[in-house]
Design a protein around this ligand. Structure first.
Ligand code: NAG
Ligand code: ZN
Length: 378
């Protein structure tokens, strides 16, 4: 009995140590990922768990969000989560109304429609599909042609271990090389019944956010925008399968010491339920309150529609969560209050012809994207 209880004590002590330092060994990650298993983080403060690709897809079909941390788990060990890496999240009130008004008037629905027509013509933009990679190349070529006259702007692929690359446009700062202001959207789409080859136009999710940012970049370049601190536009690969692209980039930025001033995600901006009040729904969790206060004032200054706070979006609900996790102030204005948002996502029915789709609505988010980077970097 004595021995038994001593053993129990030792086991309990070992369990405590294991709980305190829940590091998955390198060899386990190598072996399990080579077997096709994925390491998923399903909730805040809970150790990640191994799942098969089929189990992962079942979670997605059940509407359960997660970070797929298979490729970033070890990189994340370099810094504890949510350190004080971020610059203090206080932001001045908008003050560039006079300069921004003519720039915002350049934002064109016709251009966004044209960009979206190309994006939705790919059978899907799945992260492992050839068409997913082709969509990425098309975005790269489009933003390259928009920025080709500017030697202070670079547009490049950010490659990953899977087929589809993320795209990053960097506008250099005229007076400083940091901190960086970032706006992001995700380029990938998914048909949840048949991810690899099923039709997934992804018009709203997240074609709208994607074209809001392309058009926002276009008007800023057309206006000769030269920020004092750097600005980046990101189009992420593989958001739909556990925020893979944004996690890879956010972790790499943090580990190489890139200072990020603020991050805003645009993921779905083209739909609100017919008969409901048109708002910009501000996500309530995994965001920075100071930056959200700033976003509210931006919307009041630059949009014809009001903001409203949404209910919490939950763990790992879009790319802003990847930046939040590395300590960057984030915000996420969304097309409608949860429940009034687009019910057709992740299917062949996510098109611009659904009742409730509105370019006039999406236009407001493109404008807020422009105002966000301008006010924070000029
Ligand atoms: C997935 O794709 C198939 C084939 O393109 C299509 O028939 C099906 O309706 C799609 N599934 C959903 C949920 O839209
Ligand atoms: Zn999305």
């Amino acid at each position: 009995m004595k021995f038994q209880s001593t053993l129990n004590l030792i086991l309990a002590a070992l369990a405590l140590v294991a709980n305190a330092v829940p590091i998955i060994p390198h060899d386990e990650i190598v072996v399990k990922s080579s077997q096709g298993l994925r390491l998923l983080s399903l909730a805040e403060g809970v150790d990640p768990v191994w799942k098969t690709e089929d189990e992962k897809l079942e979670l997605m079909r059940a509407g359960i969000n997660f970070f797929d941390v298979t490729e970033v788990y070890e990189l994340e060990q370099k810094f504890p989560p949510k350190s004080d890496f971020a610059i203090a999240a206080t932001f001045p009130a908008p003050s560039h109304q006079a300069e921004l008004a003519p720039i915002l008037s350049l934002v064109s629905i016709a251009n966004m429609q044209s960009y979206l027509n190309t994006l939705t013509a790919f059978n899907n933009r799945y992260y492992k599909a050839t068409t997913g990679a082709q969509a990425s190349t098309w975005i790269l070529n489009t933003v390259k042609s928009i920025t080709s006259s500017r030697s202070d702007i670079t547009a490049s692929l950010y490659t990953h271990s899977w087929t589809q690359s993320s795209i990053i446009v960097k506008i250099a700062g005229t007076t400083a090389s940091s901190p960086v202001t970032i706006v992001g959207a995700h380029m990938d789409s998914i048909n949840l019944s048949n991810p690899t080859s099923g039709r997934a136009p992804g018009a709203d999710d997240d074609g709208t956010g994607t074209v809001n940012l392309i058009e926002g970049l276009r008007v800023l370049v057309a206006a000769g925008f030269k920020p004092s601190t750097p600005v980046e536009f990101h189009w992420y690969a593989a958001e739909e399968v556990g925020l893979l692209g944004s996690q890879a980039i956010a972790t790499a930025y943090r580990n190489s010491g890139v200072q990020v001033k603020a991050f805003m995600e645009l993921d779905m901006s083209g739909y609100f339920k017919p008969g409901t009040q048109e708002v910009m729904a501000l996500q309530a969790d995994y965001i920075d309150q100071g930056l959200n206060t700033f976003l509210k004032s931006l919307i009041t200054a630059y949009s014809r529609i009001p903001w409203a706070m949404d209910i919490p979006c939950g763990y790992a609900c879009s790319d802003h969560a990847s930046w939040y996790k590395v300590g960057v102030p984030t915000v996420f204005p969304y097309e409608a209050i949860t429940g009034n948002d687009n019910p057709n996502v992740h299917s062949a029915a996510d098109t611009t012809s659904v009742t409730g789709f509105s370019w006039a609505h999406s236009l407001e988010f493109a404008k807020i994207g422009v105002a966000f980077v301008y006010e924070l970097s000029v």
